[in-house]
Design a binder for this molecule. Structure first.
Ligand SMILES: Nc1nc2c(ncn2[C@@H]2O[C@H](COP(=O)(O)OP(=O)(O)OP(=O)(O)O)[C@@H](O)[C@H]2O)c(=O)[nH]1
Ligand SMILES: [Mg+2]
Length: 368
């Protein structure tokens, strides 16, 4: 499991950083994810940042059902991170700083073949690209660890820092072995110790293979098996998509889009897979609140109890929590109305220690 500091992030929006070699489709995917959002086009080597809504067909459905004044999807912030310059002495600080800030990384890898887009390096080589990018992140962590170890060794109170030193040395060994820090088994106390370092290779990574139209049609590309098994061995989730196709269909309405995807032999748009996969990787779930005013998706970590979920909405609701009225989305969808759900006895009252599930529709009773 990745080390994620939920405590620190409570109330803060998730940030997904898009990284990759030059000219692989990063900005195209950024634009797709943040379609329609107001964008802060930074320019001058700075990162572009914008909000992206996390597509969720459950929210689409609930919104049709309740016809609320407002429909709110879960959101994330997406950053199009420039400045990865493999082969240079060091990656730019713009690159590293932005990676450091991100909660998760989308690694865009070029698979598409397009004679009019220059290739970085000698040829299109997904495994080599993944290795090169990982190496940049690894070097940055190694650098940090070496400096810290040096400082501890030179410290008069070195004896009191034995535990930290031991962990750092284990991490150093992993990095020297070209393994990301996320692969190192640590206990909770050790994880706590490390949170302050903001290492890069503990961040959850999704690999996005940016394929061409022909690849999508045939569900294949050169060395696909090798690439997939390479990622599997390293516990890297993979999303196969074509940014170019998705850009083409972005203008279409939902129905046309679906037809087009079917025609292209694609089960689901890549950008939907990206947000779902990121949620999974970060151990997050959504619960919903519904009504005539608003239908809304809320994000909490898996395992969150009802009181905490209430606190996402308002601290008053957390403090004055009485009961959570819970209905499962799948029951509501199956039975078609809240009345039918209640008649079937599928409406529950839960206490503050109840563990919220993905897809719960919740109404909190509280008093202040
Ligand atoms: N054929 C094809 N071309 C693509 C695809 N995705 C992106 N391109 C093209 O590749 C070029 C680079 O795309 P960008 O999205 O700007 O790539 P980038 O990674 O942001 O590039 P830099 O920011 O310059 O490093 C553009 O001309 C895109 O139209 C794809 O899936 N298929
Ligand atoms: Mg770009």
């Amino acid at each position: 499991m990745p080390i994620v500091n939920y405590k620190e992030r409570n109330g803060i929006i998730l940030q997904l950083g898009i990284i990759g070699m030059p000219m692989v489709g990063k900005t195209t995917i950024f634009e797709l994810l943040t379609e329609g959002a107001s964008k802060a086009h930074a320019g001058g080597g700075k990162a572009n940042t914008a909000m992206a809504r996390i597509p969720d067909e459950r929210i689409d459905y609930l919104s049709k059902m309740y016809k609320p004044k407002k429909t709110t999807y879960a959101q994330m912030e997406v950053v199009d991170i420039p400045g990865l310059s493999p082969g240079a002495e060091r990656s730019s600080s713009v690159f590293l700083d932005n990676v450091r800030r991100a909660d998760a990384l989308l690694m865009v890898i070029r698979v598409f073949d397009n004679p009019s887009v220059p290739i970085f390096g000698d040829s299109i080589n997904p495994i080599k690209s993944i290795e090169t990018i990982n190496y940049e992140l690894l070097l940055s962590d190694l650098d940090l660890i070496e400096r810290r170890i040096e400082r501890i060794n030179g410290n008069k109170k070195k004896n009191q820092m034995q535990e930290e030193l031991e962990v750092l040395e284990r991490l150093q060994a992993a990095l020297e072995d070209e393994k990301p820090l996320s692969s190192v088994e640590l206990n909770d106390k050790q994880k706590e110790l490390l949170l302050s370092y903001q290492f890069l290779t503990i961040k959850p990574v999704l690999v996005c293979l940016n394929m061409s139209e022909e690849h999508m049609h045939s569900h294949d590309f050169p060395q696909r098996d090798e690439v997939l098994s390479y990622c599997k061995q390293r516990n890297l989730p993979v999303i196969e998509m074509s940014a170019a196709i998705e850009r083409e269909i972005a203008e279409l309405d939902e129905e046309e889009k679906q037809l087009f995807l079917e025609d292209m032999n694609i089960d689901e748009a890549g950008i939907i897979k990206i947000s779902r996969s990121m949620y999974e990787r970060l151990g997050l779930i959504s619960f919903f609140t519904v009504g005539e005013d608003e239908v809304k998706a809320w994000t909490v970590e898996k395992g969150a109890i009802a009181r905490r979920a209430a606190g996402k909405i308002h601290s008053d609701i957390e403090r004055g929590f009485i009961r959570a009225e819970v209905v499962e989305y799948k029951d509501l969808k199956e039975l078609g109305s809240m009345t039918a759900v209640k008649e079937k006895g599928l409406f529950r009252l839960e206490g503050k220690e109840y563990t919220v599930k993905d897809g719960d529709i919740v109404h909190f009773r509280f008093n202040v």
